[in-house]
Design a binder for this molecule. Structure first.
Ligand code: 5GP
Length: 207
């Protein structure tokens, strides 16, 4: 039974590092590699961080209804391929989606009758100042882009009530522990345990 873990965070909140460590520490989790029309950054590789495609290709895939959800973020398309969920189900793993607030909304709507439902986690930095320091430290964006990301962060954070869990990323190790705990606790939710409990009950026979 596959649980979809939706993880959203404003840019610079430390989400990538946390998700990377979560994947390393917890077995039977698969990271969903999204499609995007943005250009690769730094050491990003096609098929590993994203599937990098042209706008034309992305739009053709929209028409063919290939995305479980998609959104336009900072002028580029991002989307989760519909086959990811089926594949995770076949492989018996849980799926981790690093998607934005709009995508999270679409997915909750789409998966609302599914059992188990998706579990969503919102990650944020402890303050605007710390977010600004982190954005500068990663040396990736120009000054106008940093200012835009800071303004957009406030907007994104206001959506936190839509999420099941909220994680303030003060310190990496502690935040990873919290993420791991959320995944482990979810795996023991009653709706995920039904089949196993039934099997245990069968060992008692009819009496
Ligand atoms: P970045 O360009 O920094 O890798 O990602 C920008 C934003 O796009 C992040 O908020 C990230 O969560 C979001 N994003 C990445 N993949 C997807 C996706 O498949 N769907 C949606 N809706 N958002 C995505």
């Amino acid at each position: 039974m596959t649980t979809v873990f939706i993880i959203s965070a404003p840019s610079g909140s430390g989400k990538s590092t946390l998700v990377e460590q979560l994947m390393r520490q917890v077995p039977r989790l698969r990271f969903s590699v999204s499609y995007t029309t943005r250009q690769p950054r730094g050491k990003e590789a096609d098929g590993v961080d994203y599937f990098f495609v042209s706008r034309e290709e992305f739009e053709a895939r929209i028409v063919k209804d290939e995305f479980l959800e998609y959104a336009e973020v900072f002028g580029n398309y991002y989307g989760t391929h519909v086959s990811d969920l089926d594949r995770a189900g076949r492989e018996g793993v849980d799926l981790v989606l690093d998607i934005d607030v709009q995508g999270a909304r679409q997915l909750r709507q789409k998966l609302k009758t599914r059992i188990p439902g998706p579990v969503s986690i919102f990650i944020l930095a402890p303050s605007r100042q710390i977010l600004e320091e982190r954005l500068r430290a990663r040396n990736q964006d120009s000054e106008p882009v940093i200012q835009r990301r800071l303004n957009e962060a406030a907007e994104e954070i206001r959506n936190y009530p839509e999420y099941d869990y909220v994680l303030v990323n003060r310190e990496v190790a502690a935040s990873v522990d919290t993420l791991v705990s959320i995944v482990k606790a979810t795996r023991n939710r009653r709706d995920r345990m039904d089949a196993e409990v039934r099997r245990i009950l069968e060992t008692f026979g009819n009496g």
